[in-house]
Design a protein around this ligand. Structure first.
Ligand code: PBG
Length: 348
């Protein structure tokens, strides 16, 4: 790579007139907090944070998620309180994941107009109208086998049936939009689901509801704690026939370009911390708004190390978030949304 220091930069390779050494002294701009703030290139804005929430049926229910300190599965009433607290802290939005009472082979709870997600969307839009409500569209929380789509036997192997699944995802997306969701976020990684969802939304009169596609979603070990939270661990096998191989970068660009062609409005990369290069490439390849999901395992790792006194949680949290922004993400989905918003507003 060519040097980014232009040869014309005053003082380049010259010595100081006072004879005290080279005139290039980068530390000058780091001397005080005011100078550092003046030249800071990247800032975090809570309006660009989205807080994930896990919603289930019942009243007054709050079940802590042990591997994700501070996070819980809640009933709709408690979910509204969490959404209100997020809005009060300046957080831009929430993304809802549902835990249904009953699961079946096709995940029919996913398009239940009176399931926890649809109920929570309506309740939050009523009580906290300024907050963006995003819904995760996927079948894994709703299927009894825990895969992100319906299963089919083919050539001696059980597989997720792509085209049968996208029809169901489209139904789920329309149910969420009917309930009042502001933004639809499909996370299943089936081929052509963005097109299927876009045309179903349009046909249902939701032409103005944007799609935030989990466009480059990797088959990652960092989802471990989420699967406890969402009760969505596959009962057999893994997700490697639909989620991406962590070794691939060019493929991420092919995936996102397909989603752009199919009508995705916002592109998501997931996980975030181990995929900063992908965030940057997606931003450069598309110029579209890019979201990054700092996933459950990233959150759990920082908490676990901090609990042992090995790292400072607040500093590590803010550093991990600013790195995601610096890589090129506009939007960050993070379980730290509220704590980070509070830390930022207290000026730390
Ligand atoms: C699937 C989904 C997952 C996450 C968000 N949506 C899990 C998976 O693919 O197994 C992971 C989020 C996290 O780990 O925080 N619906």
């Amino acid at each position: 790579m060519a040097s980014i220091v232009p040869a014309t930069w005053p003082g380049a390779a010259e010595s100081s007139p006072t004879g005290t050494g080279d005139v290039l002294r980068p530390r000058r701009l780091r001397a005080t907090a005011a100078l550092r703030a003046l030249v800071r290139e990247t800032r975090l804005d809570p309006a660009q944070f989205i807080l994930p929430l896990f919603v289930r049926s019942g009243q007054g229910v709050r079940v802590p998620i042990t591997s994700m300190p501070g996070c819980a599965q809640t009933s709709v009433d408690e979910c509204v309180r969490d959404a209100q607290a997020a809005a009060d802290a300046g957080v831009g939005g929430v993304i809802l994941f549902g835990i249904p009472d009953h699961k079946d082979a096709e995940g029919s709870g996913a398009w239940d107009a009176h399931g926890p997600v649809a109920d929570a969307v309506r309740a939050i839009k009523r009580s906290v109208p300024g907050l963006l409500v995003v819904t995760d569209v996927c079948l894994c929380e709703y299927t009894d086998h825990g895969h992100c789509g319906v299963l089919v036997e083919r050539r001696g192997r059980t597989d997720v049936d792509n085209d049968a699944t996208i029809a169901l995802l489209a139904r789920e997306a329309v149910a969420h939009a009917d309930a009042g969701a502001d933004l639809i976020a499909p996370s299943d990684m089936m081929d052509h689901r963005v097109a299927a969802i876009r045309s179903a939304l349009d046909a249902a009169g939701h032409t103005d509801v944007p799609i935030m596609s989990y466009a480059a979603k990797y088959a990652s070990a960092f989802y471990g704690p989420f699967r406890e939270a969402a009760e969505s661990t596959p009962s057999f096998g893994d997700r490697r026939s639909y989620q991406m191989d962590p070794a691939n970068g060019d493929e991420a660009i092919r995936e996102v370009l397909l989603d752009v062609r199919e009508g995705a409005d916002i592109l998501m990369v997931k996980p975030a911390g181990a995929y900063l290069d992908i965030i940057r490439r997606v931003k450069e390849a598309t110029g579209l708004p890019v979201a990054a999901y700092q996933v459950s395992g990233e959150y759990a790792m920082l908490h676990a190390a901090a609990e042992r006194g090995w790292i400072d949680l607040e500093r590590a949290m803010l550093e991990s978030l600013v790195a995601i922004r610096r890589a090129g993400a506009d939007i960050i989905l993070t379980y730290f949304a509220v704590s980070a918003a509070r830390a930022l507003s207290s000026g730390r």
